[in-house]
Design a protein around this ligand. Structure first.
Ligand code: SRM
Ligand code: SF4
Length: 559
């Protein structure tokens, strides 16, 4: 693979190429006694699954003097489809106490993040994760990230076949460098290594995301992925192929129209045996044509948007030697996974809403301890969800009432959760995210409470829209495909509001207002809800906004 350095390329490209297959100086710097890695090494540790961060809250000591920021690490797991055993869940839970800040976080890609790990503790953390048969390999960095997968609360055998599919994709795109095993797991050292057959020595120009689901069900927000597969089934209910989608991605920069969120295009149907060849072809189009001179423009979505769908289709067909088949895509109709569901084998599952995925104990809500106790005692399998929630699976009927009693008593479960909470997401933002312009996760509960008050007042509780919030325009909680997206824009808690995404996530919402102070957001949304309620068509909020358009909406609201 010709991936020689070129002067126009970004520095990250040089760092990858000269890293000796992702080793760089990681090991040397790990033992240098400081709390941080160097700028170059910061780029490489991402491939090993962790980021260097600073706590952006801590600026002064008790005497009011500026304090030097302590660096800590945030580590993310590779957990295809968010599937965990009870022991694996408990492993993460323990790590949060031993090495983290006593909490962990379920992510929007069905993974787990541990924050506040000291540099010197990264190695034991990775070793502990290895002991529970998991890793953090390629959870971040310019490679295929955690593969997401549709949820299966009722043990549906059609959906269960996706376990093998997401695992196969995840394994296939795991980088082959032994660096991870050498550095973190004291694996055997080898003198020379062949370059990665999929990634080459420069890896991808940027991150790459894959999600798998079955046609008609969109828990994974399929259209936001670089590559998405929606399975179809033969007459015996066995997967026989996939609709293939490519070119989704959400990152943008405010006021820079050259950057934009984009939903993936549907390219047609491929048979089951073409899953890996087509995946490789799409990844290699990204590798070959992605812009290595500008990381803000390096995602596959820009290649497809600029070179065109027909160019992309023919490029992929040339690489695979197989043509996409044209088939009609069935409509999306995604069922909620929250609450109790009876599974086909007579056991039960419980979909539990967590609000922004933070698993911690807080006053009056001992979520972390209660979950750990329940998982230890009843040993459910677990599936993490792309909505930052979790599903406890395979609960025996006789334990159902007791589990519900415990969770209800601890204020962790209610059968009457208002609709606005069901699919609400918020990214971590401050204080850990170095890119945050505003708060998100920490202000979200209060904001949702105020927004919900308007819905309740207007009797719209059962028609509540999908709402998501982020602390910057990168889109980690996928605000642009939500019906309401609130996106951090400026310090001082000023946000852009996007409206008009669809409940099933097939389109990008429209920019409605900019630089809105957080306190004004519920008020303005309350006014939007009033207009929506008067509409005779009884559409979802997103479809209503699309129908009348944001400009007309602003006119009607005199904004
Ligand atoms: Fe993200 C960067 C958190 C899903 C788009 N994302 C970051 C970083 C690592 C900040 C950084 O680079 O320093 C954030 C760490 C914050 C912290 O303190 O924990 C971060 N992203 C997250 C998570 C944890 C948000 C969450 O609420 O769960 C999600 C982890 C997913 C996982 O397990 O792998 C997460 N990020 C996403 C998604 C949603 C998705 O993939 O479904 C997106 C939008 C889809 C996409 O990729 O386009 C997303 N994250 C970004 C971007 C913008 C990329 C771009 O194309 O411009 C960045 C910035 C970057 O990469 O430079 C980013
Ligand atoms: Fe950080 Fe922005 Fe992602 Fe939120 S959306 S986690 S603020 S990068």
């Amino acid at each position: 693979m010709d991936q020689t350095p070129n002067s126009a390329q970004t520095k990250v490209e040089d760092i990858k190429l000269s890293s000796n297959h992702l080793r760089g100086d990681i090991e040397k710097e790990l033992n240098d006694g400081s709390d941080r890695f160097s700028e170059d090494t910061i780029q490489l540790i991402k491939f090993h699954g962790f980021y260097q961060q600073k706590n952006r809250d801590r600026t002064k000591d008790e005497n009011g003097e500026d304090i030097e920021k302590i660096h800590t690490m945030m580590l993310r797991g590779r957990i295809p489809g968010g599937r965990l055993t009870a022991d694996q869940y408990l492993g993460w839970d323990r790590l949060a106490d031993t090495y983290g800040d006593g909490s962990f976080r379920l992510t929007t890609r069905q993974s787990i993040q541990l924050h506040s790990i000291k540099k010197g503790d990264i190695k034991p953390v990775i070793q502990e994760i290895h002991k529970i048969d998991l890793s953090s390999i390629g959870a971040c960095g310019d490679v295929v990230r955690n593969v997401t997968q549709a949820l299966n609360p009722s043990g549906d055998p059609k959906l269960a076949q996706l376990d093998e599919i997401s695992q196969r994709l995840s394994d296939h795109f795991k980088f082959t460098s032994r660096a991870y095993f050498e550095i973190w797991l004291d694996g055997e050292r080898i003198d020379s290594e062949e370059e990665d057959k999929i990634y080459g020595s420069a890896y991808l120009p940027r991150k790459f995301k894959i999600g798998v689901t079955c046609a008609g069900t969109n828990h994974i927000d399929l259209y936001t992925n670089d590559l998405g597969f929606a399975a179809t089934y033969d007459t015996q209910d066995r997967i026989d192929g996939f609709f293939l989608f490519a070119g989704g991605g959400l990152g943008m920069t405010h006021n820079k129209p050259a950057t934009y969120p984009r939903v993936a295009d549907h390219f047609g149907w491929i048979p089951l045996d073409q899953l890996i060849p087509f995946s490789e072809a799409v990844v290699s189009v990204h590798r070959e044509y992605g812009d290595r001179t500008n990381r803000k423009h390096a995602r596959l979505k820009y290649v497809i948007a600029e070179k065109g769908q027909e160019w992309f289709r023919s490029e992929v067909e040339k690489k695979t030697g197989v043509k996409f088949e044209s088939r009609e895509l069935p409509p999306w109709k995604t069922e909620s996974f929250l609450g109790w569901k009876e599974a086909l084998d007579g056991t039960y599952s419980l979909g539990l809403h967590t609000l922004a995925g933070r698993i911690k104990d807080s006053e009056g809500k001992p979520l972390k301890t209660t979950l750990a106790n329940l998982v230890s005692q009843y040993r459910p399998d677990i599936q993490l969800t792309p909505d930052q929630d979790l599903i406890l699976l395979k609960i025996a009927k006789e334990n159902k009432d007791e589990i519900e009693r415990i969770l209800t008593e601890k204020n962790l479960f209610t059968k009457s959760l208002p609709g606005i909470y069901h699919r609400a997401l918020a990214c971590p933002a401050l204080p850990t995210c170095g890119l945050a312009l505003t708060e998100s996760e920490r202000v979200f509960p209060e904001l949702l409470k105020d927004i919900n008050a308007h819905l309740e007042e207007l009797n719209l509780r059962d028609r509540a829209p999908v709402i998501r919030m982020t602390g910057c325009p990168n889109g980690c909680a996928r605000p642009y495909t939500a019906e309401i997206g609130i996106v951090g824009q400026q310090s001082g808690e000023k946000y852009s509001i996007f409206l008009g995404g669809s409940p099933e996530g097939e389109r990008i919402g429209f920019l409605f207002l900019t630089k809105q102070p957080i306190g004004d957001i519920p008020i303005v949304l309350g006014k939007v809800f009033q207009l929506w309620k008067q509409d005779q068509d009884k559409l979802s909020l997103g479809d209503f906004v699309k129908k009348i358009g944001v400009d007309r909406l602003k006119e009607l609201l005199e904004l």
